[in-house]
Design a protein around this ligand. Structure first.
Ligand code: HEM
Ligand code: HEM
Length: 146
């Protein structure tokens, strides 16, 4: 990549959102695995390890922030670097659903963490649907790669 070759610089920059998202999705998968272990313990009526709850929070909070930052990067990159119309793709529509699911899961998770809600089942459902749809977003995003 050289300054005389601006096209390759733009192409390289357009990889920022996909790469960022791949890492962010890996982090929410880790958060989901911790969450599912907490859920199994809750449903079995056995004590949930405080260490596991702590690890869930340590991973889940930054993971959701990373997803939301990446969500903003998507259309920015699509419009500024690729010349797309904003939110004009199937991937973009799935992306909106993913962002909404994780934002709601995180909001509810915060309430549960502070003892203001006991809706663990709904929190788990929102988080799991978020992971499922982000896998669909990843597949739908591959056809858009530069
Ligand atoms: C800001 C982000 C988040 C916060 C503050 C949060 C917080 C919490 C808290 C406090 C619990 C209850 C732990 C316990 O019962 O001891 C929990 C459970 C759980 N979380 Fe999260 N969470 C967040 C994000 C996520 C995400 C992104 C996922 C999935 C990808 C997820 C999946 C789960 C699951 C499956 C459970 C178990 C629910 C059950 O017992 O049925 N969480 N979370
Ligand atoms: C590995 C997973 C993903 C890949 C490979 C990927 C790939 C892409 C690509 C190639 C673009 C076009 C812009 C560019 O070239 O930089 C794009 C745009 C976009 N992405 Fe992703 N993406 C992924 C995950 C996600 C996720 C999880 C979300 C939502 C949270 C998301 C939301 C968006 C949005 C909203 C756009 C703008 C699309 C439009 O305006 O129609 N992406 N993505």
């Amino acid at each position: 990549m050289t300054p005389e070759d601006p096209d390759s610089l733009v192409r390289a920059l357009a990889w920022a959102h996909p790469t960022w998202m791949l890492l962010s999705i890996s982090a929410v998968v880790v958060a989901l695995r911790h969450g599912l272990r907490l859920r199994r313990a809750r449903l079995a009526g056995v004590r949930r390890a405080p260490e596991l709850r702590r690890r869930h929070l340590i991973v889940a909070r930054p993971a959701v922030v990373a997803i939301l930052v990446g969500f903003a990067l998507g259309p920015t990159s699509a419009v500024a670097l690729r010349g797309f119309e904003p939110f004009d793709t199937f991937h973009g529509a799935v992306g909106v659903a993913v962002a909404a699911l994780f934002a709601s899961a995180a909001w509810l998770g915060q309430r549960i963490a502070h003892g203001r809600s006991r809706a663990q089942g709904l929190h788990a459902l929102l988080g799991a649907l978020g992971v499922l749809l982000s896998a669909l977003a990843a597949v739908a995003g591959f056809v858009l790669l530069p």
